[in-house]
Design a protein around this ligand. Structure first.
Ligand SMILES: *[C@@H]1O[C@H](CO)[C@@H](O)[C@H](O)[C@H]1NC(C)=O
Ligand SMILES: *[C@@H]1O[C@H](CO)[C@@H](O)[C@H](O)[C@H]1NC(C)=O
Ligand SMILES: *[C@@H]1O[C@H](CO)[C@@H](O)[C@H](O)[C@H]1NC(C)=O
Length: 936
């Protein structure tokens, strides 16, 4: 294929005479049986004692994974848990993943399988051998049901939640190519993430080693549900081998194996391997495997020809425990998952696959894949699928050209699209959100759902049992045998509270192997509009530009300092108009706010198509305006000195508090994307990995440089410090330092003195409730001593809900970062997950106690998703919960109140819908402070 197949295969000698003699001399196991088997060819002179074994080894040498014909007859799953009840889900809207499309009807789950889909009656259920009185009947009331979510890229169980040194098994650091390692050997079955991710509808995940090395090791596919045995092995789906107490037995027929490869920056960073080194390491490894494979092939060629004397001379069947996994790659038995981002890396891997003749199942992350579809199609064998994030990009150089339009563009190029979590990089509980965003940015609805169900199942080679809602065919007559057959998929299904592509869709129940996973789930009623595929904006032009500009389309808005008319405006500041109206703006000021006549001197007319004008949002928590590419220090302000560790340059004097305002940079891509998504301002603190961060600044995300009018909204906002467990010095040391800085004016210097006197907010980044309680006591102590009120704000604040009444009494507000919690570290282990696991989320608990709550983000790329974060928080709280106004306040006025800033009232124009809706797209920012309208 592609010019390589016709090239002669390299020939190598099968062994020198010396080796041959040595082999003969040492093989005492060989027994020469002249003419022992009349079925062997005449050339046969001798048969080794284990010749049957050799024959069967050689007979299966070219076997590739397949499905046993008996699989189609299965009436119960190999994972069926005896005694688990059958379930009849009635009146569901079933997205089947198959040609059947959407079926309105029932699903019967029994013996771990999907038994019926569609219309059936009690008699048919009885005929299948299910007793109605032992059956759980669930009335779905029209709710959406999908196949369980399949995550093609997860480190769950090898990378721990909460992260603990003793459970970090993601990356071996012992070699750049280690195909012999197996994720299975490191999978912790007690991890907190299983339950959390199941509660988001994830039922199956491929657990792969990390990307430190070019070959990180083998992956294994498991179901997330707990098993009675509690072992990693008992969670596996179709493991390639089994063990029984007296041996390891390969599965027959063969099953798929998985291998993790990586290229680009990660091997570079960990092994100091340039891209040249990485590809060379891969070629060396594959060459070793090729040598073993060729020896095996040559050996079996002799066996097949009955040349047993030659076989004897070769000795034992050539095997290598080190390289056998790569030999299996070359034999077409492995689905390779390759972490690879850039055109240059795809090019290297595509050449590698053609040199050694093996296919790659999927490129992962692959932020530049959409720019090079034709290159991907040159991969040996078949075009790799692309497994990606929706909007997580720019965190390192090779992710810099990532585009939210990549799923759409790739699909249009006929390339299979998978959305993956890389858990815990993204919390796989919300993997469906990746599909929702891909759909929002233009991926077809069915492909978006397939991207987290049937497509990953196919890439795993498990689409005969996972990723679809398909029943057996119990009444199909196989003419020849007169038998009934069934091909029921695994009973992994999710019942959703809204259409799965609508924002905030949450499972009301998750079945794995037919077993309901959520005990007493909490479900909120969702608005009826959320029960259908959301309408989404047209991003066709934006997608074209992304390709045209090689992944870096210009993001700078076009300013208009004259007159701009917005027509067809549906609402203004959440006040809906009875009929769409026209609003006129001049130099960024609204000069006519309803039923306006478009003036003659209008510079631009913007049709909002019933959309909205709404105040701009504020982002907090990520270093927007300070960092462009996280992993590239030359693109950022840098990291401040850690005062507790010393080494602060003496030239900074005795009060070395750093100001973010001094390090600001503008026009960054994450900043501009946030701006183009309705986030007009950021409050950013200096980046610190130590105790004191410094003073935050409030900046306009649309400004081109700091000298522009309105670019810096407030030069100094708050004083930021960090207190966490697991730092080099103890929590109590940091508390002691803080006490001294606040109580001893000389030690505290200008800024801690101001904080003590309540002249500037003190923002403490803290996740753990016990530390927060200590801080509340300290605040009391300081307030008493200083005679004023410390304006304490707790950021991150994962466990703050536990102290809600005390926080309210002390008038201490919190900023939850991130808005949807994940127990990344021990300090966060008591996080409140929210529905469906708990009725309330931390946001709603805190708000109910009248604590002022803001929401923040951890990484700059996610600032653009702020409006969805707040909409989600409101949806999650139910119809009686968080109002739209309160949700809006979470990322605007509450942050301003907590941090004591008064930001300019920029107004965002949304086309085609309101701010919280997936149907809308921001098209302009009206800025009175900057005296302009920025058009996108
Ligand atoms: C199915 O549920 C829908 C939505 O609740 C309802 O309108 C319809 O009547 C139900 N159909 C049956 C057969 O129960
Ligand atoms: C386990 O598997 C081995 C290899 O196939 C077989 O020889 C042995 O009989 C099996 N033992 C049991 C207890 O099933
Ligand atoms: C919160 O404030 C509201 C309105 O002021 C009040 O009715 C309610 O009782 C307060 N809740 C708590 C828990 O203090």
């Amino acid at each position: 294929m592609k010019g390589f197949d016709s090239a002669p295969a390299p020939r190598r000698a099968l062994g020198s005479n010396i080796l041959l003699l040595a082999a003969l001399a040492t093989c005492s196991a060989w027994l020469y049986l002249l003419g022992a088997d009349s079925s062997t060819p005449a050339t046969s002179h001798a048969l080794p004692q284990n010749y049957q074994h050799i024959l069967s080894t050689c007979a299966s040498l070219h076997a590739t994974p397949s499905i046993a014909s008996s699989f189609h007859d299965r009436t119960e799953s190999d994972r069926y848990v005896r005694g688990s009840e059958a379930t009849w889900i009635r009146n569901a809207s079933i997205w089947t993943g198959s040609r059947d499309g959407v079926v309105h009807g029932d699903v019967l789950l029994g013996r771990g399988l999907i038994k019926f889909v569609g219309s059936f009656n009690a008699q048919q259920v009885r005929d299948m051998g299910f007793e109605l009185d032992k059956l759980k009947i669930v009335n779905a009331n029209g709710a959406w049901v999908t196949p369980g979510i399949v995550d093609l890229h997860s480190h769950m169980g090898v990378d721990a939640a909460p992260s603990l040194r003793g459970a970090d098994d993601t990356n071996s650091l012992h070699g750049i190519t280690q195909p012999w390692l197996r994720s299975l050997d490191g999978i912790n079955t007690h991890d907190m993430a299983y339950e959390l991710s199941i509660s988001g509808g994830v039922t199956t995940a491929l657990i792969i080693p990390g990307s430190a090395g070019s070959i990180g090791g083998q992956g294994f596919t498991l179901k997330l549900r707990p098993t009675a045995e509690r072992s990693p092995f008992s969670k596996l789906v179709e493991p390639p081998f089994a063990y029984n107490g007296s041996g390891i037995v390969p599965a027959t027929p063969l099953r798929w194996r998985y291998l993790k490869q990586a290229c680009g920056e990660n091997p570079h960073g960990v092994y100091g391997a340039t891209r040249m080194d990485s590809i060379w390491a891969l070629r060396v490894a594959y060459n070793e495997a090729r040598k073993v494979k060729e020896r095996q092939d040559a050996y079996c060629a002799k066996v097949d020809a009955g040349l047993w004397r030659d076989v004897a001379a070769l000795g034992e069947f050539p095997e290598s425990l080190q390289w056998e996994a790569l030999v299996d790659v070359l034999r077409g038995r492995v689905k390779i998952q390759t972490h690879c981002y850039e055109a240059v890396d795809f090019d290297g891997l595509v050449r590698l696959t053609n040199e050694f003749k093996f296919p790659i199942a999927a490129f992962h992350h692959a932020h530049e894949a959409y720019l090079v579809p034709d290159l991907l199609k040159k991969a040996y064998g078949s075009t790799p699928a692309i497994a990606m994030f929706a909007t997580n990009a720019r965190y390192k150089r090779e992710a810099y050209r990532g585009s939210e339009f990549a799923p759409k563009i790739l699909a249009e190029n006929g390339i299979k699209v998978v959305m993956k979590s890389d858990h815990p990089v993204l919390n796989s509980r919300f993997l469906l959100y990746e599909a929702q965003q891909a759909h929002y940015y233009g991926l077809d609805a069915d492909l978006a759902l397939a991207a987290v169900t049937s497509t990953p199942a196919e890439i795993l080679g498990l689409d005969h049992r996972l990723g679809f809602i398909q029943e057996g065919a119990p009444y199909v007559l196989i003419p020849l045998f007169g038998m009934f057959t069934e091909l029921g998929y695994d009973a992994d299904v999710v019942v959703w509270d809204s259409h799965p592509l609508s924002l905030g869709a949450t499972p009301t129940q998750v079945y794995i192997d037919g077993i309901a996973q959520l005990k007493d789930p909490f479900a909120n009623e969702k608005p009826s509009a959320f029960q259908k595929v959301p309408e989404t904006p047209d991003f066709g032009d934006e997608a074209k530009k992304a390709v045209e500009y090689d992944g870096l389309p210009p993001l700078t808005p076009t300013p208009n300092v004259g007159v701009v008319a917005f027509t067809n405006v549906g609402s203004f500041n959440a006040q809906a108009f009875s009929a769409p109206t026209t609003i006129v703006v001049e130099r960024g000021q609204v000069v006519c706010n309803a039923d306006c006549v478009v003036p003659k001197d209008v510079g631009r007319v913007v049709d909002l198509k019933g959309g909205a004008l709404a105040p701009g949002l504020v982002t907090f928590g990520a270093p927007l305006g300070l960092v462009e590419i996280d992993a590239e220090s030359s693109t950022s302000d840098g990291v401040v000195h850690d005062v507790l560790r010393g080494g602060v340059p003496s030239i900074l004097g005795s009060d070395p508090i750093i100001r973010a305002v001094d390090g600001l940079q503008f026009s960054g891509r994450s900043a501009l994307l946030a701006y183009r998504s309705g986030v007009t301002h950021a409050i950013s603190a200096p980046v610190s990995y130590g105790f004191i961060s410094g003073l935050s600044a409030a900046v306009s995300l649309g400004a081109a440089h700091r000298l522009e009018k309105g670019a810096i909204a407030q030069r100094i906002v708050a004083l930021h410090i960090n207190i966490e467990r697991g730092a080099r010095e103890s929590v109590s040391t940091r508390i002691a330092a803080l006490r001294r800085l606040l109580l001893d004016a000389e030690a505290g210097g200008e800024w801690f003195s101001k904080a003590a006197k309540g002249e500037i907010p003190l923002v403490v980044d803290v996740a753990n409730a016990d530390i927060m309680a200590t801080l509340l006591e300290l605040k009391h102590e300081v307030d008493e001593a200083v005679g004023s009120k410390l304006r304490l704000v707790l950021a991150r604040a994962t466990e703050a809900y536990l102290l809600a009444p005390a926080l309210a009494r002390a008038n201490v507000g919190v900023i939850l970062v991130p808005s949807r919690p994940y127990p990344a570290v021990w300090d966060m282990a008591r996080m409140l997950p929210g529905p469906p696991l708990t009725e309330k989320s931390a946001i709603s608990v805190l708000l109910e106690h009248n604590v002022t709550v803001g929401l923040g983000i951890e990484e700059s790329w996610s600032a653009r998703n702020t409006r969805f974060d707040i909409a989600w928080a409101a949806l999650e709280s139910g119809p009686e919960g968080i109002s739209r106004a309160t949700a809006f306040a979470l990322a605007s006025s509450n942050l301003e109140k907590l941090l004591g800033v008064d930001l300019p009232r920029d107004i965002v124009a949304y086309e085609g819908g309101e701010m919280f809706s997936l149907s809308s797209k921001p098209v302009a920012v009206i800025s009175s402070s900057r005296e302009r309208v920025d058009l996108f």
